[in-house]
Design a protein around this ligand. Structure first.
Ligand SMILES: [Zn+2]
Length: 456
């Protein structure tokens, strides 16, 4: 009861006051708030959601006795549970749904109430202030709307924060570039690959003195940051870590002292599972204020490290490192979530392939390359390229939209029979964009293709 009244007061705070509260609350009190909200969430979910009711019964968990995540033993929620039956998670009437692509190829549906969208907007508005956004800033918001959450959520945050903005959505970067001067925008938000594309235009056509570029939804190539900051005449580049399941940011990057994220540990209960010797593990979190579709010990599949030592920038609370990679084979690249099944489908309708293929993601400077390695006897490579292109366009128009926007390059490399698989299980997708993910022994493709690289 006390906490629900506290929450009502917190809901009405301006982002600036929320931020003040965040900075001033001592860590022991944050711990108590987190535990109290955690217990409330468990009891609420056990009472209202068929999924959790069944799961707790199966794991012999008495919700009334749960004080801490460790009291849940080996119980975790997996993305596959959400894919299987998202409506079983519902605890209250939803107002809106977003989707997120899953590894199985079937999208996850995540539901929210109107109040939750406003709450997340407020939290995100405070997070963005932490990253340097001020109420007087003028923001070009190029995050994707449609079925995905980033556009709607950042828009809710901007409405809450009081900034002047335009909700572009993920349009051709040239459209945003042309309006930067007209509306005197000094902040641009979008996916990193999209921001890179915009910066390439500015480098060619002339730039403006921006204050801030804010990215999310995928990793930013580290060597792109100094270049972007230089082109935009001293702008800062800041990243936010969030997803459709998290509903907003769980981590923000407020400072130069630390390249990871400062974690919102009063709205999420973060944990790590399967720690390695360096302290990295899969991020698992519980949402603490969501009442429509709470996620309890949800496995993010992202590998990171949590730190509770204070940051030299003075912002209190838990921190997490940059992501080390994904636990499964899903790769966030080329402006979207890509998974092996997508390519299986793309190649299925193309004649003359052996069924052996491997996708390698590389960086050429800061440009992403999606390299398709396929086995074939076909010699009519141009026709083959056209067929693959057509298949991609029919099946995944979003991906091809990103290709058309110049967000990545696609290359086709053909190999003779038996050259892609070499004995052991073939990893269908290799992410070699960042050193942390690079494992030379995983590169299965021999370097003697029939054709030289071709850009399609
Ligand atoms: Zn810091």
């Amino acid at each position: 009861m006390i906490w629900s009244n506290v929450d009502k007061i917190i809901d009405r705070l301006s982002p600036l006051n929320l931020l003040r509260l965040y900075r001033l609350t001592p860590p022991w009190l944050v711990d108590r708030v987190r535990i109290a909200r955690f217990r409330q969430t468990i009891q609420w979910a056990a009472r209202e959601s068929p999924f959790y009711r069944e799961a707790f019964a199966k794991w012999k968990i008495d919700p009334g006795r749960v004080r801490h995540p460790r009291d849940l033993g080996e119980f975790f929620t997996a993305p596959e549970d959400v894919v299987a039956d998202p409506e079983k998670f519902l605890c209250a009437h939803p107002s809106i749904v977003f989707e997120s692509s899953g590894t199985s190829g079937k999208n996850k549906n995540i539901f929210y109430s109107h109040r939750e969208i406003l709450q997340m907007g407020q939290i995100m508005a405070a997070g963005m202030m932490l990253m340097g956004l001020a109420p007087e800033d003028r923001v070009a918001n190029a995050f994707d709307f449609s079925m995905w959450i980033p556009g709607m959520l950042t828009h809710s945050a901007l409405m809450n924060g009081g900034q002047f903005c335009m909700a572009f959505g993920k349009v051709d970067p040239i459209e945003v570039y042309r309006r930067l001067e007209t509306y005197r925008f000094n902040v641009v938000m979008g996916e990193p690959t999209w921001l890179i594309r915009l910066t390439e235009i500015a480098e060619r056509e002339g730039s403006f003195p921006l204050k801030l570029l804010m990215g999310a939804a995928e990793e930013m190539p580290p060597n792109a940051v100094p270049w972007i900051e230089k082109v935009w005449q001293g702008a800062k580049v800041r990243m936010c870590y969030g997803s459709v399941e998290q509903g907003g940011g769980i981590g923000y990057q407020p400072c130069d002292e630390f390249e990871g994220y400062h974690v919102d540990d009063s709205d999420f209960y973060p944990e790590l599972m399967d720690l390695d010797s360096e302290g990295y593990g899969e991020l698992v979190y519980t949402t603490l204020r969501r009442r429509v579709m709470p996620l309890i010990r949800y496995r993010s599949r992202d590998i990171t490290k949590l730190m509770d030592t204070p940051c030299s920038c003075g912002v209190p609370g838990m921190r997490m490192s940059r992501l080390r990679g994904r636990r499964d084979e899903l790769v966030v690249a080329s402006g979207g979530n890509l998974y092996p099944l997508m390519f299986e489908r793309i190649f299925q309708s193309v004649q003359g392939l052996t069924g052996e293929w491997q996708i390698i993601f590389r960086l050429n400077g800061i440009r992403e390359i999606l390299e398709m390695n396929i086995e074939t006897d076909r010699m009519d490579i141009e026709a083959l390229e056209k067929e693959i292109h057509r298949s991609c366009t029919e099946l995944y128009p979003d991906l091809m939209k990103n290709l058309a926007l110049g967000i990545f390059e696609m290359r086709l490399i053909t190999h003779p029979h038996g050259h892609i698989r070499q004995g052991r299980k073939l990893r269908r997708m290799l992410d070699q964009r960042y050193t942390a993910n690079r494992a030379p022994e995983e590169a299965m493709v021999r370097s003697n293709p029939i054709e030289v690289e071709r850009v399609i």
